[in-house]
Write a protein that binds this ligand. Structure first.
Ligand SMILES: NC(=O)c1ccc[n+]([C@@H]2O[C@H](COP(=O)([O-])OP(=O)(O)OC[C@H]3O[C@@H](n4cnc5c(N)ncnc54)[C@H](OP(=O)(O)O)[C@@H]3O)[C@@H](O)[C@H]2O)c1
Length: 185
């Protein structure tokens, strides 16, 4: 869609997990520096897209327009629990139609998970912001993308035409960083 940029955001453990074995994001993966980075990015986004269990739950969340994936509806519907949200089942409606119903035709869309949703947009990201917590391991956890752990998250981004940019440190004590993976020109 011309006029729209698509950015992805995730924080992963050293073994490429975004949640633990109970499919819950544990406190071990929560860092102030990353939370600030993520929250500021979402404040700048025009629309947020996520699966039903991946809402960001931040103070500014109620102000943000969002599309929530669910199989509970056939295609598209307003979210009865949130006037700023649209419910979307990709099996029944195109993404463009969901953006149209959300009233977003230009600007930045932030894709924030979970794994299936990240996978759906793999060939469309302008930039994927991969945060890494190198001292955290979540054995048996929930892989961040389809194809992890057979492949690393970095290898998957690279295989979809994205290239790593300059690493930014978000938490020096814990070695947490974020790397922008940008689509090669
Ligand atoms: N570390 C991080 O940065 C990060 C990022 C994102 C998420 N997380 C965590 O990772 C976990 C992800 O949870 P999750 O695996 O359950 O993923 P999820 O995508 O958040 O939620 C799954 C639900 O979303 C809906 N959904 C997903 N794909 C769909 C599709 N193709 N079509 C229609 N509906 C679809 C379904 O909802 P219905 O059941 O309503 O049909 C499904 O049950 C959560 O604990 C979250 O907090 C962590």
């Amino acid at each position: 869609m011309p006029g729209l940029r698509i950015d992805g955001y995730v924080i992963v453990s050293a073994d490429g997990m975004l949640a633990n074995a109970d499919r819950v994001m544990p406190d071990q993966l929560k860092f102030e520096g990353d939370k600030k980075f993520f929250s500021a990015a979402l404040d700048r986004a025009d629309l947020i897209v996520h699966g039903r269990h991946s809402g960001e739950d931040q103070p500014n969340s109620p102000k943000r327009k969002r599309i929530v994936l669910t199989r509970k509806i056939a295609g598209l519907a307003p979210d009865p629990s949130n006037p700023k949200a649209i419910l979307w089942n990709p099996a029944g409606a195109a993404f463009e139609a969901a953006c149209d119903l959300a009233g977003v035709h230009s600007g930045t869309i932030a894709i924030i998970g979970g794994p299936y949703v990240f996978g759906m947009f793999m060939d469309r990201y302008d930039t994927f912001w991969l945060s890494l917590a190198p001292r955290v391991r979540l054995p048996g956890g929930e892989p961040c993308f389809p194809g992890v752990p057979e492949h690393s998250p970095q290898d998957i981004l690279a295989a979809h035409g994205l290239r790593a940019g300059e690493v930014r440190i978000l938490d020096a004590a814990e070695g947490v960083s974020v790397t922008p993976w940008r689509r090669a020109a």
